[in-house]
Design a protein around this ligand. Structure first.
Ligand SMILES: NC(=O)c1ncn([C@@H]2O[C@H](COP(=O)(O)O)[C@@H](O)[C@H]2O)c1NC=O
Length: 510
């Protein structure tokens, strides 16, 4: 049963006055009595429409610079009376209070005020009190009242007028939207109050896509966006290809971060959140050739991120290799057509990379929150590296060491990365001891290990790690240092005449 409630009386109190006159005209035209606050009422009146000012209803002036306008029993009883109950209807009649069937309200712009750099007093003044009170009241009372909190929904109001009012299902759904709006607002206010203590952390997420499934086909999954966060991969525009999957998002995010750790044209190829190849080049096509050459077997079915516009040359290269996703900030003319000719290749254009300030991870019963790892610590600047063995690296070798140090951050710990000529040549990842990561990196590099440089995401606990690199022909190593056996580790490099730098900074990535 639709259970529509004809709209006879509406309360309108909006900060954002977009579409207000058209809505008021439609309501008045349908014979709806309009009750409204201060400047909302003035706008309706100026449009030549009849309106009852809220003060006439309450018999009380708007006061305290607008802090008290609608906070009155005549308003709230009209919003909260459950008209399924005869007792409520009788009590309203006794008090000569008319019920509302519709509330249209949107709130003071707290978040925008904070973002504008306003003073604390100005921000506090923009915490809406009367609006949320009305919205909550109407939403709770959805069996009797419909509530609309966004100008985007005014079309639905006009459609409902023609249909004889909102149905019960529609009112319930509007109530859910309204409570979500209030929750988002309150999270922003609470987070602002906790900005110095960090005692509270809240995120109000909105589902933007239902995914086919999660990490595995039996896991339902969805993508939610955080309207308070800087846009990123979650807001990427898909220009072609199949629907993005859960694993595509995870890998694309890892690739997107990896590619943006470089200012030179860079391509990162990721599979299962680990790099099969990362390279910088003269242009993006060159970078891709080098990244792909690192491990062509693993790059099959990979996710590719590019930190600069995709050229037609790069698009042609990618289209020759089975690839799941390409993500880039832009595409040069003709490049999208080349890529979208591959029906299954997902082509994404993502907003400019903005590193998050904090990141979180679910644990049973809670969430771990940390400042995000960035590549801007003192130890990430080669000028601050400490040479502990061998001779100072040539500028060319130093460039490769710096590249390796930046690229190793994209490798899951324990991470060992061999590089040569601005490209990874062997990556050892995700092992539970570092010497196995060394073996993996060296075996993947094969002949290319000889003459390459190596980076380790954390210190070597024993000399066996560097020993494995030295035996494979690695000429220079960069690592954080800090092991109690640093002397043994350094001695192994010294004995072999291998250059070793300590960064003093670690980049675990789990
Ligand atoms: N104080 C109150 O009783 C009150 N009642 C409604 N408001 C807000 O006042 C705004 C509309 O005011 P006006 O019509 O004067 O532009 C709306 O954003 C509404 O959420 C109030 N303002 C703040 O709390």
């Amino acid at each position: 049963m639709a259970n529509r409630r004809p709209i006879r009386r509406a309360l309108i109190s909006v900060y954002d006055k977009t579409g207000l006159e058209d809505l008021a005209r439609a309501l008045a035209g349908a014979g709806v009595e309009l009750v409204s606050t201060g400047s909302t009422a003035a706008r309706i009146e100026a449009a030549g429409l009849p309106v009852t000012k809220v003060e006439q209803l309450t018999g009380f002036p708007e006061t305290l610079d607008g802090r008290v306008k609608t906070l009155h029993p005549r308003v709230h009883a009209g919003l909260l009376a459950d008209l399924r109950l005869e007792t409520h209807a009788a009590q309203l009649a006794e008090l000569s209070i008319e019920p509302f069937e519709l509330l249209v309200s949107n709130l003071y712009p707290f978040t925008d005020t904070v973002a504008s750099g306003a003073s604390d007093d100005e921000c506090v003044e923009q915490i809406d009190i009367g609006g949320p009170a009305m919205v909550r009241a109407a939403a709770k009372n959805f069996p009797s009242v419909a509530v609309v909190t966004s100008p985007a929904s005014y079309g639905d109001v006009i459609a409902a007028l023609a249909a004889g009012g909102f149905s019960l299902d529609e009112r319930r759904s509007l109530a859910g939207v309204a409570f979500a709006h209030i929750a988002e607002y309150d999270v922003a206010v609470a987070a602002w109050f906790a900005r110095d203590t960090s005692d509270f952390s809240g995120t109000a997420l909105r589902r933007s896509a239902t995914l086919r499934y999660g990490e595995n086909p039996h896991q339902p999954a969805a993508l939610y966006v955080d309207p308070a966060a800087a846009p990123g991969l979650a807001q990427a525009e898909q220009l072609g290809g199949k629907e993005m999957s859960y694993n595509n998002y995870v890998d694309a995010d890892a690739a997107w971060r990896a590619a943006h750790d470089f200012t030179e044209p860079c391509v990162a190829i990721i599979k299962h959140a680990n790099p099969c190849g990362i390279a910088i080049g003269a242009d993006v096509a060159d970078a891709h050739r080098k990244a792909h050459a690192c491990d062509p077997v693993s790059a099959f079915g990979g996710v590719i991120a590019v930190n600069a516009p995709v050229t037609v040359d790069l698009a042609k290269q990618i289209s020759e290799i089975f690839t799941e996703v390409v993500v880039a900030p832009a595409y040069e003319e003709g490049a999208v057509a080349v890529l979208t000719a591959k029906k299954n290749l997902r082509v994404l254009q993502a907003p400019a990379w903005t590193p998050a300030a904090v990141e979180s991870r679910q644990v049973s019963g809670g969430v771990l929150v940390q400042a995000a790892d960035r590549i801007d610590a003192a130890g990430d600047d080669p000028a601050n590296w400490k040479l502990v063995t061998g001779s100072e690296a040539s500028p060319e070798v130093k460039r490769d060491l710096e590249f390796a140090w930046r690229a190793v951050r994209a490798v899951k710990s324990n991470a060992i990365l061999l590089a040569s000529g601005g490209a990874t040549v062997g990556v050892g990842m995700g092992q539970v001891n570092r010497v196995d990561s060394v073996r993996l990196a060296v075996s993947r590099a094969g002949d290319r290990a000889a003459g390459s440089v190596a980076a380790s995401d954390a210190f070597f606990p024993f000399a066996d790690g560097p020993q494995g690199l030295i035996e494979a022909g690695v000429t220079a190593i960069v690592q954080p240092g800090g092991s109690i056996r640093d002397e043994e580790v350094i001695e192994a490099a010294r004995a072999a005449g291998v250059t070793m730098y300590l960064t003093g900074t670690r980049h675990f990535y789990h």
